[in-house]
Design a binder for this molecule. Structure first.
Ligand code: UTP
Length: 294
């Protein structure tokens, strides 16, 4: 039996420049997709996957995230006194279900650095990393799929998805060999190399890394030994590449659809998809969209 994965790290200390001016005074992670902040989708995915301990890496101007997952006595009292029980349940549910810790990344020195600052909180155990910008819809939570792979291999595993050849330059792309898993050999891969943002034609495959990882604790040593890149940032991909020199690293082509809510177009697409799936809004929203003369 491999050690259980009990903790999920949510790096949320980035500057969110692509959403300025909306992110001037509020964190990108709190922008709502329909009526729920982006980060809550990721937290709910962790919960549905069986992980209750959430570690959020925050930075300057991110207190709204802490307030969101905290108990809000004034709001709860007000809702209770007005008999708004559904709303009360909505507000209470998440803060009741998770155990959340916060750690600050004093400077946005890269995703790898954001993971590195959680070293003491994670301690010597395997853990998940969730980039909440990547909102993933599907019948099984993406993180759950990775946890199953981790139980099988006992090694680090990243979620990957197929992307069109002319889009590889937006992602980290893996070179990999297929591995048999669940009587198939088209989902699990042993990673041979990782290339950051390769130009079309230079990419080793069309399998792009997205924001879900299970990492073994040896990643902390690997990250500490990883030199910052050209922008002075420590990249998680570089850390994982270094980890791979010491132990196998896997990639799993997950089942589901991923929306990049950290990008404006991706954010709009996620909003539309999520609204269409809602029982209370879907039908009306669908007929509204159909009425648009596009
Ligand atoms: P992004 O590359 O999306 O950067 O980070 P960003 O700063 O959030 O947004 P833009 O590009 O300026 O619009 C991917 C994830 O890594 C976290 C971000 O919060 C996001 O969840 N991150 C990035 C950190 O926590 N710290 C960093 O130093 C960098």
């Amino acid at each position: 039996m491999n050690r259980p994965v009990r903790k999920a790290v949510f790096p949320a200390a980035g500057l969110g420049t692509r959403f300025l001016p909306a992110t001037k005074s509020q964190p990108k992670e709190m922008l709502p997709l329909v009526d729920k902040p982006i980060i809550q989708y990721g937290v709910e995915e962790a919960l549905e996957s069986g992980i209750e301990n959430i570690i959020i890496v925050t930075g300057r101007g991110k207190t709204a995230i802490e307030d969101h997952f905290d108990v809000s006595f004034e709001l709860e009292n007000l809702l209770e006194s007005r008999g708004k029980t559904c709303e009360l349940e909505l507000v209470r549910r998440v803060s009741e279900l998770i155990h959340v810790s916060y750690i600050r990344q004093k400077e946005a020195l890269g995703l790898g650095h954001a993971v590195l600052v959680t070293k003491e909180l994670v301690a010597d155990e395997p853990f998940a990393v969730v980039l909440a910008d990547d909102v993933i819809l599907g019948s099984r939570p993406c993180l759950r799929q990775l946890l199953d792979v981790y139980q099988h291999t006992g090694r680090s595993v990243m979620a990957v998805m197929e992307v069109p050849k002319d889009e590889t330059s937006r992602y980290g792309v893996i070179a990999a060999e297929p591995v048999d898993y669940n009587r198939a050999s088209d989902r699990l891969f042993r990673v041979l190399d990782m290339v950051e943002k390769p130009l079309a034609g230079k990419a080793p495959s069309n399998l792009a890394i997205i924001g879900r990882y299970i990492l073994t604790p040896e990643i902390f040593v690997a990250l500490a030994e990883t030199a910052p890149g050209s922008m002075g940032e420590i990249q998680l991909t570089d850390g994982i590449r270094h980890l791979r020199e010491q132990q196998p690293v896997y990639a799993y082509r997950f089942e589901g659809t991923r929306y990049d809510a950290g990008d404006r177009l991706g954010f709009l697409k996620a909003t539309v998809e999520l609204a269409l799936r809602r029982e209370d809004l879907g039908a009306d929203f669908r007929s509204y969209l159909k009425s648009l003369e596009l």
